[in-house]
Design a protein around this ligand. Structure first.
Ligand code: N01
Length: 512
């Protein structure tokens, strides 16, 4: 008799990655999966990041599932609440609710060689056995708290942008925002409207471009609804435009100069004060850090109640931030828009593969995966939005869907062929990553700035260093020849009491 758990798939996370994986499984007639979510609601990063002003900086007609267009987007760049509502509608439409277990973060997962299964513990105290484990636990989820002396002694309200405290009243308060990245430039204009005084602490001036954000007209929405092809064409046009931008990031100097000239012109048009303008002028190549899109950040910085502080922070003490020379900036509420652990990311949870090896051990020199998805020694473990799949120029949903197609094909292949385990060959993983790293040479990401894309040693473990269609092509089909494979027959043999245990090295029916 077939054991149900032998076919079971566990997906971790209910963001775009986890939900997209689940929908694709259902559409393929695969229903025996469970989705574990650590939070009390679905949505992943789009649930966690609900700070004032939170919105997408990629156009929504592209930042959505290809198979689930949304004719009702209110704006070209949707706000966070709408994106979360979109994901909630997906859960309902595709009947995912019954598969989801909330408040069930994975605390540990270990590979059981004998049964070729993952044994997964959750925060609720449950243990699941699964043939396949798919991590959709997100790329930017662990907040970085700045290493500023005295932070703990501040005394007032302090929170990270991704842990926004809705109960905190900002009206009439003296607020400080530390950081000027993608989150901060969305938060600052909103707080500026409410705070008595807002101090924005900038360490590095970012490149800023205007955002082509506007409400969709009723006529446009009606057209998307009545003629879905028109929305598909809009999606295709955004996609193509973004890939052209990639040309510059990948090394086309003419495009880079044009982009920098456009951003500089925008700064000059929006900021007349030469002192402020100088403070806001970036000193690194456009695209080396994420290019920020906003229309209201420069105007917000020029309000009477807002101050851009560029002197380095020396320390934080009770009720204030001290900058160079001991200048104190009195503050009631401190917002840390200081980013996330990314390049130095480790295992999403306590994960042990073949021989009890921890994923953190495999990643001690920096995280890496084959096609951003599989890691040698961790059979049947797939990461969606894994190492070197993030983008500086286009929609992550495109990359996520590419990986989902690859994982789905792997699962279908395993089932069709009666394979109990697939494990990427170590030499394949090594060669792929060696080649991938060489491709950063000559790109803007190697032009010398510090960013969340790169580790302290300078290795880029986050970005995909090419056009997204190349990644789509590479992930179009599960390439079984790159994997060591264990068949069900071999597993049964291994489980038989008279048969000596076959270790990983003696998988006799491994496909070359
Ligand atoms: O984080 P960041 P983020 N003292 O790392 C500063 C995605 N995202 O949350 O540049 C002083 O970009 C740091 O300064 P510096 C998007 O992919 C998407 O803003 O290192 N300052 C920087 O200014 C994005 O790229 C959306 O010198 C300190 C800031 O904090 C990613 O999330 C919206 C400091 C951190 O910027 C991360 O963006 C928002 C210190 N000790 C975010 N430590 C969408 O719309 C750090 N900083 C889809």
């Amino acid at each position: 008799m077939k054991r149900e758990t032998n076919e079971h798939i566990v997906i971790v996370g209910t963001g775009f990655s986890g939900l997209g994986m689940a929908i694709r499984l259902k559409q393929s007639g695969i229903h025996d999966f469970t989705i574990l979510e650590q939070a009390s609601g679905i949505g992943g990063t789009w649930r966690a990041n609900h700070y004032p002003g939170a919105a997408c900086d990629v156009e929504s007609n592209l930042y959505s599932f290809s198979f689930e267009p949304n004719p009702a987007w209110s704006r070209t760049f949707a706000p966070q609440k709408e994106i979360l509502a979109y994901l909630e509608r997906c859960v309902e439409k595709y009947g995912l609710g019954a598969h989801i277990r909330l408040d069930s973060g994975v605390t540990a997962a270990r590979w059981d060689e004998d049964s070729s299964e993952w044994i997964i513990d959750t925060a609720k105290g449950e243990t699941l056995r699964a043939r396949v484990l798919v991590s959709g636990s997100g790329g930017l989820t662990k907040p970085v708290l700045p290493d500023i002396p005295g932070l703990a002694s501040f005394g007032g309200e302090t929170f990270h942008s991704a842990q926004w405290d809705d109960a905190c009243a900002l009206d009439g308060k003296r607020v400080a925002v530390i950081g000027t990245g993608a989150s901060a430039i969305q938060i600052v204009p909103e707080i500026a409207k409410r705070a008595l005084h807002l101090a924005v602490f900038q360490r590095t001036a970012p490149w800023i471009m205007p955002k082509a954000d506007r409400p969709f007209t009723d006529a446009e929405r009606a057209r998307f609804e009545a003629r879905p092809l028109s929305q598909k064409l809009s999606r295709a046009a955004i996609y193509a435009r973004n890939e052209i931008v990639a040309l510059g990031f990948l090394g086309n100097q003419t495009m880079m100069r044009l982009g920098e000239a456009q951003a500089t012109k925008y700064l000059h048009r929006k900021v007349q004060d030469p002192v402020l303008r100088k403070k806001l002028t970036p000193t690194f190549r456009l695209g080396c850090k994420r290019v920020l899109l906003t229309n209201d950040y420069f105007p917000a910085l020029q309000r009477k109640n807002v101050e851009l502080v560029t002197d380095p922070i020396e320390r934080i003490e009770q009720g204030g931030v001290l900058t160079r020379g001991g200048v104190k900036h009195a503050v009631d509420t401190l917002v840390l828009a200081t980013g996330f652990v990314a390049a130095e990311q480790m295992a999403p949870f306590d994960l042990r593969g073949r021989g009890g090896r921890h994923l953190n051990d495999a990643w001690k020199d920096g995280c890496e995966a084959y096609l951003g998805t599989t890691v040698a020694g961790f059979p049947n473990f797939f990461i969606v939005f894994g190492p070197n799949t993030a983008l500086g120029h286009s929609s992550m949903i495109y990359m996520i869907e590419s990986q989902i197609a690859y994982v789905l094909d792997a699962i279908k292949t395993m089932r069709a062929k009666g394979w109990s385990a697939v494990d990427v060959k170590p030499e394949v993983l090594r060669a792929y990553n060696e080649q991938l790293q060489t491709r950063f040479g000559g790109t803007v990401w190697s032009s010398g700035c510090a960013s969340w894309y790169r580790t302290k040693s300078g290795r880029n473990t986050t970005l995909w260093p090419s056009f997204t269609f190349e990644f789509r092509w590479k992930t179009r089909k599960f390439d079984a020849e790159k994997y060591d494979v264990v068949t069900d027959g071999a597993r049964r043999q291994r489980q038989a009491p008279t048969t000596p245990s076959l270790g990983a090295a003696s998988r006799s029916d491994v496909h070359a």
